[in-house]
Design a protein around this ligand. Structure first.
Ligand code: TYM
Length: 332
């Protein structure tokens, strides 16, 4: 019997992947393959809660797949798939929506934020988004869901939904735990360090993209917002810009905050920002080069997502069949 615990996570191909997506998510995933049974998806169905250009969505989904592999996710060891290729996600999502309360969805921070940002398109999908995410997780009976800090609430509501369902029908779903890295779980914008670095941020200077050229990365870090204290010290409240740069430098180099404070004691912010830029350039360089190579190999990418969908579907259908039986649907 397979004793390995299961992991599921995903990223929306709603924009180019950022340093936040990399440090908060993908970088950690690559290290888990040996010890866990891992499922990683391109959450394309979630993206259409906000209007997407179809051609861009298709392109970004494949670019994201190339980036996953380039960042070290071996398709032989991880099941990598496109969410919309496994219909069980939409099907379980419907069932779970009947076990999710209007009130609990109304309390989701991300729904409140996104509906404020998309006031002319507050569609039902935006509201039920966490139910689809719960289906993503529960279909695979995931033990752990590696995410950044901003997705923690969605994993919690997933547990609540699973618990409610299990309360009625017995132990159908495993209750998942969020798995949040110690550093890098909340990378902030370089321009407005009070806000998280986001794929959909219109201010490109605040956001470092995984595929950015070295010169652009260097320029963005050079212009990063700091403070007038001229001291490299970790203090999120008083020094959000510097603390964010310290986080990034720490994940990129493995150095502790204390080491970083010593390294830059008595030196100006200019030196520090250049050092962070260089560290990020070197961190991302091999990933970008490999992703650029892979994106040209359409046949290979297709073989990966096809095999991934088949494997994912096998697992997902086991759970869906069980759920349909439990709720009383007649078997075909
Ligand atoms: P998404 O696409 O917004 O982000 C993908 C992952 O990256 C993390 N992340 C960050 N981490 C640190 N700092 C940042 N600035 C930063 N920005 C993003 C996010 O926390 C996330 O882990 N709903 C999800 C996608 C999803 C999913 C799932 C995740 C769909 N189904 C099932 C886990 C399990 C989302 O929108 O993530």
């Amino acid at each position: 019997m397979d004793e390995k615990k299961t992991i599921l996570s995903g990223i929306q191909p709603s924009g180019a992947l950022t340093l936040g997506s990399y440090l908060g998510a993908i970088k950690n995933w690559a290290e888990l393959a040996e010890s866990y049974d891992c499922y990683y998806m391109m959450a394309d169905m979630h993206t259409i809660t906000v209007r997407q250009n179809p051609a861009d969505l298709r392109r970004r989904t494949l670019e994201q797949l190339a980036a996953y592999i380039a960042a070290g996710l071996d398709p032989e060891k991880n099941t990598i798939f496109i969410q919309s290729h496994v219909p069980a996600h939409a099907e379980l999502s419907w069932v779970l929506s009947c076990y999710t309360m209007f009130g609990e969805l109304s309390r989701m921070t991300q729904f409140k934020d996104k509906s404020a940002k998309n006031a002319d398109n507050i569609n039902a999908g935006l509201f039920t988004y966490p139910v689809l995410m719960a289906a993503d997780i529960l279909l695979y009976q995931a033990d752990l869901v590696p995410v950044g800090e901003d997705q923690k609430q969605h994993v919690e509501i997933c547990r609540d939904i699973a618990n409610r369902f299990n309360g009625v029908y017995g132990e159908v779903f495993k209750l998942p735990e969020p798995y949040i890295g110690k550093v890098g779980a909340r990378i902030m914008s370089l321009q407005t360090p009070e806000n998280k670095m986001s794929k959909s941020d219109p201010d490109q200077n605040g956001c470092v993209y995984m595929m950015d050229r070295p010169e652009d990365i260097a320029r963005k870090f050079k212009r990063a917002v700091t403070d007038c204290d001229a001291c490299v010290r970790y203090d999120v409240k008083e020094k959000p810009g510097i603390s964010n740069l310290m986080q990034i430098y720490s994940v990129a180099t493995g150095k502790s905050f204390a080491d970083i404070e010593t390294e830059f004691a008595g030196r100006g912010y200019g030196d520090f920002k250049a050092a962070v830029g260089d560290a990020v350039i070197e961190l991302l360089r091999p990933v970008r080069e490999e992703a650029e190579r892979l994106i040209k190999d359409k046949a290979y990418l297709e073989s990966v997502y096809r095999a991934g969908a088949e494997r994912a579907e096998r697992t997902a259908m086991r759970t869906l069949r069980k759920v349909y039986k439990k709720v009383g649907f007649v078997q075909r």
